[in-house]
Design a protein around this ligand. Structure first.
Ligand code: DAU
Length: 333
């Protein structure tokens, strides 16, 4: 099976590529990535020489380029490419509209033209908005609150329309918050871990009581593989573990791992439109036989250890060297 993975140099895409090449000897992967700020080919160093792995630099909004990749014969498109950081969407929404809406449209058109047998859209629980009590299901209405969530919701709506109008074989997934190795240190877990290693304070938004549900990256990878094999085309699946924690409690755990005191917490101004809580009912996915393998404690311990062992990786990012270095390298090729 030949899989086209978009955004494969980012955190989620690169974890998936490593996972799939390790678990499925018959699968090959084409990784199409624009190498924007969070795309880092260093994340895929371990598979760079695998003959089943190909990297192509390009943007999913570039129709001609996407078509040229599709001509290689693709069995599945998995769209990981996205602008994902809520705070960035507040200061610069345009990039989100381009990648998450126009980019999705371009991929859907390519899937339509080439009659691709399967397309998986990686999306987020944030499209449903905030929920104080209870859980979101696949039937919950879209009520996005940030430009990021609105752009992902728009891409997902396009997927729905392409199922209904053109009968495209699409599965849309809405996941809770991911964490694990190689996550760009702007998201709360890697930002806080690396700040504490550096002896810096951690900026906790608002009262710190916002709640998130968390999934370890490998569990998300095996959920996607489960959907590749058993997911019903045209359907929507939420991906969650049921593990919820308020940000302040998560911060306390990270302080404990780092051997730091609560005086390392800096309560800062809240994020505008900050969703209070996300929570998912993932029984539809579990009915296919999926269950998370990692408890939050196990996943978090592994994650903290990874950041301790790979300080070179995140220090380059934090000092702003990475992006420029790799852009130059690929421009030369
Ligand atoms: O729910 C899934 C979503 O999770 C994904 O679709 C998004 O791409 C991903 O960015 C993530 O969104 P969040 O806004 O929940 O993630 P973030 O790591 O930015 O923030 C997690 C929580 O921590 C949130 O309530 C805001 C808070 N926070 C975040 C940062 C970066 C802080 O208190 N301080 C911070 O410095």
């Amino acid at each position: 099976m030949k899989i086209l993975i978009t955004g494969g140099c980012g955190f989620m895409g690169s974890n998936f590529i490593r996972y799939v090449l390790e678990q499925y000897p018959d699968y090959s992967v084409i990784n199409l990535d624009a190498l924007t700020y969070a795309g880092n080919p260093e994340n895929l160093k371990s598979v760079e020489n695998d003959p089943r792995y190909t990297f192509v630099k390009g943007n999913i909004t570039d129709e001609k380029f996407v078509q040229s990749v599709m001509e290689q014969g693709i069995d599945v498109i998995i769209n990981y490419a996205a602008e994902t950081h809520v705070d960035r969407s507040i200061s610069d929404p345009k990039a989100f509209i381009l990648t998450d809406v126009l980019g999705t449209y371009t991929l859907l058109e390519a899937a339509r033209t080439f009659q691709t047998p399967r397309y998986i859209q990686i999306s987020t629980d944030e499209v449903y908005g905030s929920i104080e009590e209870g859980v979101f299901t696949e039937e919950s209405p879209f009520l996005p609150n940030s430009p990021y969530a609105a752009s992902k919701a728009s891409g997902d709506m396009l997927c729905r329309a392409y199922v209904q109008t053109y009968g495209l074989p699409i599965i849309v997934t809405h996941s809770c918050n991911f964490y694990g190795p190689y996550q760009y240190p702007e998201k709360v877990i890697p930002l806080f871990i690396t700040n504490l290693i550096e002896g810096k304070k951690v900026p906790l938004y608002g009262d710190g009581k916002n709640v998130r549900e968390w999934i370890y990256t490998e569990d998300h990878c095996n959920a996607i593989c489960m959907l590749l094999e058993k997911g019903v085309l045209g359907e929507v699946y939420t991906i969650g573990t049921g593990y919820e924690i308020p940000n302040v409690d998560l911060t306390m755990k990270l302080l404990e791992y780092a051997g730091c005191d609560t005086d390392m917490i800096e309560y800062v101004k809240d994020r505008p439109g900050h969703d209070r809580r996300y929570a998912l009912d993932s029984s539809k996915l579990r009915a296919l036989g999926w269950a998370p393998k990692y408890s939050f404690e196990e996943g978090l311990e592994r994650t903290v250890q990874w950041y301790k062992d790979n300080s070179e990786w995140w220090k380059k990012i934090k000092s702003g060297e990475y992006k420029e270095y790799y852009q130059r390298q690929y421009e030369k090729r």
